[in-house]
Ligand binder design. Structure first.
Ligand code: BG6
Length: 511
């Protein structure tokens, strides 16, 4: 259990939820009038306000180039909440939330504008009694990280961790670099201004209810852990399928691709939560050490492994939900000869005692049949005797499927007797659906930032270890890349991905 100080809260035993902290604080959003704020941050904050997490000593200050005043910023927030909030906007909810919102217009590159920010912040601090606690949320492109950190520092807005004048925390969004070298550079820049315990690197998958619940499932129940090993598990599949295409993010995505965008971050984090050893405690660093061990135990890819065990694909035109959608290369602002992958499937191994010899198959893609993300633990089959004897086809293996989205929950596929005689066996599915009202990832993560709980945030070494693993694949592709395999939009990816897993005598799960 984490040490308890006024700015930390207690994870409630048995529920893994955090008691509302009502921490005094001003949350400054750099890039406050951007897309992330509109779609995610402001709606999440509205929901936290509804839940009573924000308290009377809490305020929000947007900072960016747009010429808005408080009133216009409130309109901007309101439209974001109306469109994207998990719970609808009510007048009572809005009247409570709106007064928290403020805006100061300024450029990230102009020193005088940080002085303006400082002055406004001081006014808000004294009006709300925030005890000079500040969270700076960098909802900005990564190339501004250094500039904004320096601007805040020069304006005297960064307190050292033990400064005694309130806390300073900084929140960093992905992408943290585009390869190992650039990620290290960003982390070096951050380290010049902030200590590691002030830095909250977001991976929003870690805020998803089912992902957070994985640790509870594994370590608060006695039935799973004894069989969570290579002795009983045949293989694991982690899939994140999206229906959406590249959307309006062509400029970023075409340089990133699915490996950087999804595997380096979200999928490897989910892999860590699935495969890690029991941490020595629920302290943030104990959990993060256990996750790091997984990344450090991944077998590095040799060029021949990339050739054999990594498949990159790109969507062509096709039908999604009965509607015709264009090929990736025909999307707006995507070069017509782009080789960027919108799909990737790979097989990797964790070389430790628990997982020796167990393949982990990871796959993600845009424009796939449906939106569905799951972790599937496939157990070994029963021996070919008794009910499973030849010549009948083998009985299906037991699969524990942990669904991340869209319908959170878990199911266990077992074999049972079909009613009637003669004796016939068939699959039985034990299904559990979580409540549909669970908080959005950003609500969970913002709540934890205010509480000062770093458990669900990525430590520097974890980010770099994930890049180090991915880097071998990137290096190989940069030399031997060529065209990806194509798949029609609305399908389950290129056939080569099916061939890759079929070589091992296995198949991808239908999502
Ligand atoms: C983001 C990626 O981090 O995650 C996007 O940049 C992707 O490309 C998104 O669409 C998926 O998140 P979610 O929560 O919708 O599964």
């Amino acid at each position: 259990m984490a040490a308890i100080s006024p700015s930390t809260t207690v994870r409630v035993p048995g529920s893994f939820s955090v008691t509302p902290a009502q921490v005094p604080c001003t949350l400054v959003i750099l890039g406050g009038a951007g897309d992330l704020s509109h779609k995610k941050l402001l709606p999440a904050l509205y929901n936290l306000s509804l839940d009573g997490v924000l308290g009377p000593k809490f305020a929000i200050l947007g900072f960016s180039l747009e010429t808005l005043d408080d009133e216009k910023y409130r309109q901007f927030a309101r439209s974001g909440i109306e469109t994207f909030s998990r719970r609808g906007l009510t007048e009572a909810g809005w009247n409570k939330f709106a007064p928290l919102l403020h805006f100061v217009s300024g450029s990230f590159t102009v020193a005088a504008d940080y002085q303006k920010l400082k002055q406004r912040l001081a006014e808000i601090d004294s009006q709300f009694g925030t005890e000079s606690n500040h969270v700076f949320y960098f909802a900005i492109p990564p190339e501004f990280i250094e500039r904004c950190s320096a601007g805040l520092m020069q304006a005297g807005l960064i307190q050292t961790a033990d400064g005694g004048h309130g806390f300073t925390r900084v929140v960093i969004e992905k992408p943290i670099g585009h390869d190992l070298a650039s990620a290290t550079e960003i982390n070096d820049q951050l380290a010049k201004y902030f200590s590691e315990n002030q830095i909250f690197r977001i991976d929003h998958y870690l805020g998803k209810e089912t992902v957070e619940n994985l640790m509870v499932l594994r370590f608060a129940n006695s039935i799973f852990e004894p069989i969570w090993t290579s002795r009983f598990i045949d293989h694991v599949q982690i899939s994140v399928a999206e229906q959406e295409g590249v959307g309006t993010r062509a400029a970023y995505y075409d340089k990133a691709g699915a490996l950087r965008d999804m595997v380096q971050s979200h999928i490897l984090q989910v892999l860590c939560m699935t495969a890690m050893e029991a941490p020595r405690s629920t302290q943030p660093d104990a959990v993060r050490d256990a996750k790091l061990d997984v990344l450090l135990s991944l077998r590095p890819f040799e060029p021949a492994d990339v050739e054999r065990a990594v498949v990159r694909g790109q969507y062509e035109q096709g039908l999604v939900n009965g509607e015709k959608v264009p090929a990736y290369r025909a999307e707006e602002h995507i070069p017509p000869d782009s080789n960027t992958e919108t799909f990737v499937a790979l097989k990797c191994f964790i070389e430790n005692w628990r997982w020796a010899g167990v393949p982990f198959y990871l796959r993600t893609g845009k424009r796939m049949t449906r939106r569905a993300s799951e972790i599937a633990i496939q157990f070994k089959r029963v021996p070919r005797i008794l009910y499973n004897s030849r010549p009948a086809p083998p009985l299906p293996a037991n699969v524990l499927s942990i669904r991340i989205q869209p319908d959170e929950g878990l199911s266990l596929n077992i074999v049972g007797k079909q009613p009637g005689s003669p004796l016939r066996l068939g699959p039985v599915k034990v299904d559990f659906h979580s409540a549909t009202t669970s908080p959005e990832a950003y609500e969970t993560l913002l709540r934890d930032i205010l509480a000062g709980d770093q458990t669900l945030f990525m430590r520097r070494d974890t980010v770099e270890a994930a890049w180090r693993f991915i880097q071998n694949i990137l290096d190989y592709w940069s030399v031997a890349g060529g065209e990806p395999f194509f798949y029609p939009a609305g399908s389950s990816g290129p056939t080569e991905a099916a061939v890759m897993i079929a070589r091992d005598g296995r198949t991808w799960r239908n999502l």
